[in-house]
Design a binder for this molecule. Structure first.
Ligand code: GLU
Length: 479
């Protein structure tokens, strides 16, 4: 059986779009599922779009996502170089070969001549003008230093057919295709040419990429056929939509891997979510480790229809991942978010981590969740009213002094002690637990929504701060 080899071939744009991450992931899953190789190739032939540091973004995003390539620019491999700008001579050699085989031709047309081909609707299709030039004339003009490009020679008639492993039979009439440029006047190849040469030379068995290439693939197949090379198998992936009408586009800053990480999503959760954008495992599971994804991945579950990015589901999944972290692990990933809060350095962050890890879905919620620690002052005493708990400000006036007394006398300030003191108080006074716990919670936070109840709040605040806040609240109630 042929060795399965897939490749992820991003252009270094400066960010890792989630659509790209999904392509990389599916390439990885498919190759690993079948014991194959996964290759990273940098497609940087468009020098005008060069972005400083962009290649490093690709490396780090894949690395953080756990998508490991077997061959690539920084890894090496026997089919390198893996950066297209370092392969210039290879493309030129193959382009010349394609010219000899009749699959391409030199073109010397000026910008002005090309512009004159534009029709009344603004469309332009090259008219094969330079195809008619004799070999001698072409050689003489090149020798004279005239600038040229090399174009693909697409037949005027006929239909090209191929099988896509997701989309099925695809047929495109040659008349709908253009004699695109393969080698530009700067001697560098276009994507249209480089992808074919590289996929062949790198022995790529399965080309996995976005649907935008579905209809241009016949052009590439024509080149494979002319060279006498075996065509790869094709797997085109459905588009990802932001909502019913808009594509999740690179222009939206919110569609980049780094932005999600900075907002407090865990790379594992992002990757897991991205896997589900276009693929449903048969077993209907949603939360999966990378190893499980490799095991379950199958093209049968890859959909043709667009998938819609579901923010709520991503948040939920991230929350599930956060819950599973140990307190120490949570602290590690949460530290940048703790630092955004004024509380940083004043409280026990490990204790806060234990409290928060089951209570946030994304880490950026942290500063808000703990702002009760930093600000405490005048608040509306109507907060003491709670219908279900049967409490109000009047009741709070009665119970807060008791609570203060209990906490003041606490021999130690750990969870069990505080719990026993407060619940014991409710029993002693023949009250519902909530009639002690709710007033305590409000008195300690000045808020109705807090991460955790009275006991957790007391633990984090510590004895001294608890007593100070209760005193303040008693005064407020008696104003
Ligand atoms: N460089 C192309 C892109 O970023 C790669 C397409 C392909 O995988 O063939 O869209």
């Amino acid at each position: 059986m042929e060795k399965i080899r897939t490749r992820f071939a991003p252009s270094p744009t400066g960010f890792m779009h989630l659509g790209g991450l999904r392509t990389a992931l599916y390439c990885y899953l498919y190759s690993k599922k079948h014991g194959g190789d996964f290759i990273l190739r940098i497609e940087d032939t468009d020098q005008e779009r060069f972005v400083e540091g962009a290649v490093e973004v690709i490396y780090s995003s894949l690395n953080e996502s756990g998508i490991c390539y077997d061959e690539g620019p920084d890894k090496g491999g026997e089919f390198g170089p893996y950066v297209q700008s370092e392969r210039k001579a290879i493309y030129l050699e193959y382009a010349k070969k394609l010219v000899e085989l009749g699959g391409a031709y030199y073109c010397f047309c000026t910008k002005e001549r090309l512009e004159s081909l534009t029709d009344e609707n603004g469309n332009r299709k090259y008219d094969k003008h330079c195809l008619k030039l004799s070999k001698e004339e072409v050689e003489a003009r090149i020798a004279a230093g005239e600038p040229y490009v090399i174009r693909q020679n697409i037949p005027l008639e006929g239909t090209s057919v191929y099988e896509d492993m997701v989309f099925g039979t695809i047929s495109v009439d040659y008349a709908d295709l253009e004699d695109n440029i393969l080698i530009k006047s700067d001697g560098l190849p276009t994507y249209n040419f480089a992808n074919v040469v590289d996929d062949h030379l790198m022995k790529i068995s399965h080309v996995i990429r976005g649907t935008e290439y579905l209809s241009s693939t016949p052009k590439y197949n024509l080149m494979y056929d002319t060279f006498g090379w075996e065509r790869p198998h094709y797997i085109h992936l459905p588009i990802i939509m932001k909502d019913q009408t808009r594509k999740l586009s690179k222009r939206y800053g919110d569609a980049n891997f780094d932005d999600f990480v900075n907002k407090g999503y865990l790379p594992e959760a992002i990757v897991n979510y991205v896997a589900l954008l276009g693929w449903s495992p048969k077993e209907n599971v949603e939360k999966m480790t990378m190893a499980q994804m490799i095991e379950l991945f199958s093209l049968d579950g890859v959909s043709k229809s667009p998938s819609i990015f579901d923010d709520v589901k991503l948040r939920w999944l991230n929350g599930e991942y956060l819950k599973e972290l140990s307190d120490e692990e949570f602290l590690k990933v949460a530290t940048p978010f703790f630092k955004q809060s004024k509380v940083y350095g004043k409280y026990d962050l490990l204790q806060l981590s234990a409290l928060l890890k089951t209570r946030v879905e994304i880490l950026s919620e942290i500063p808000d969740k703990i702002n009760f620690l930093e600000e405490f002052g005048e608040y509306d005493t109507a907060l003491f009213f709670h219908k279900k708990m049967k409490t109000d400000a009047e009741l709070a006036k009665t119970v807060l002094p008791w609570i203060r007394e209990k906490l003041a006398s606490a021999p130690s300030f750990d969870h069990d002690t505080i719990h026993d003191l407060l619940i014991g108080l409710a029993t002693e006074k023949e009250m519902k637990n909530g009639q002690i716990l709710w007033p305590a919670r409000v008195a300690l936070s000045g808020k109705d929504v807090t991460p955790g109840g009275a006991i957790e709040l007391a633990l984090i605040l510590g004895k001294e701060e608890c007593l100070r806040r209760i005193d303040f609240s008693i005064n407020l109630l008696n104003k």
